[in-house]
Design a protein around this ligand. Structure first.
Ligand code: ATP
Length: 229
């Protein structure tokens, strides 16, 4: 649940983001945050990548710096940001030093990208508040997408449990939650039923399910995978 609490705090408090490292991952983070209307500062040691994010207009501002140098981060005002994303995957030493610098400089939330399990452990040791494994996560996501049921949204609670939004399976159509005995049969609980932005939270067990609606369920990933299409 640590990551859930972390993400909630992050969403509530963060309005400005500093992204350190402008590779494919860092650029994608910049672009999405910028599109969502947040203030994003992009930085990289490579001047051409800094120039590119400005040309592509995917950041609010950008600056060339070496993030292993605490003074460079301080001068760029990065310690004033409430969230820093350390998007350096291949240069492990640089990634760890940068994470340490950001935490020691007082950045409240530091999210760091790891390229391996040991890298992730080291990042946690130096104070990263959230460590992400994009390649691993993308692989898992792809597997979920390719297999049933049709998961529209997925929120990981921990590595084994999640909350997912799925289309009501065909064989559940016209049946009530009680009749389907979902808790005992599939070991999942239905948190909400609805469509787009209109959801009924904690639906009544006597409520009939409709294949045109979506349902939000909580359970283990294994049990969720057992749900029919
Ligand atoms: P991708 O996101 O493309 O998969 P990656 O995670 O493999 O990238 P790296 O190649 O490790 O990322 O580095 C990402 C960026 O971090 C690079 O553009 C690199 O120039 C930058 N970078 C590396 N060291 C530093 C540093 N000391 N200060 C600032 N930026 C750095």
């Amino acid at each position: 649940m640590k990551s859930l609490k972390f993400l909630n705090n992050l969403r509530r408090e963060s309005r400005q983001y500093a992204v350190i490292g402008l590779g494919r991952f860092g650029r994608a983070v910049c672009e999405t945050l910028h599109k969502l209307g947040y203030e994003v500062l992009g930085t990289d040691i490579d001047e051409s990548l800094v120039a590119q994010v400005l040309t592509d207009n995917i950041v609010s501002s950008a600056i060339q710096l070496d993030s292993t140098k605490p003074n460079a981060l301080k001068e760029a005002g990065i310690f004033e940001f409430d969230t820093a994303i350390i998007a350096i995957g291949n240069y492990i030493e640089e990634s760890i030093i940068t994470t340490l610098n950001a935490k020691e400089g007082g950045v409240k939330w530091v999210v760091a990208k790891a390229s391996s399990e040991i890298h992730g452990k080291l990042l946690q040791r130096v104070g990263a508040d959230l460590v992400v494994f994009p390649e691993y996560d993308a692989g898992c996501e792809l597997a979920y997408t390719l297999t049933k049921p049709a998961i529209l949204e997925k929120f990981d609670l921990d590595p084994d449990h999640s909350i997912v939004e799925i289309i009501v399976p065909q064989e559940f159509h016209g049946k009530t939650i009680e009749e389907l005995n979902l808790r005992n049969r599939y070991k999942v609980s239905v948190l909400a039923i609805g469509k787009e932005d209109k959801f009924k939270i904690n639906p009544n067990p006597q409520e009939k399910l409709d294949k045109n609606l979506v349902m939000v369920v909580i359970g283990s990933n294994k049990d969720i995978q057992r749900l029919p299409i």
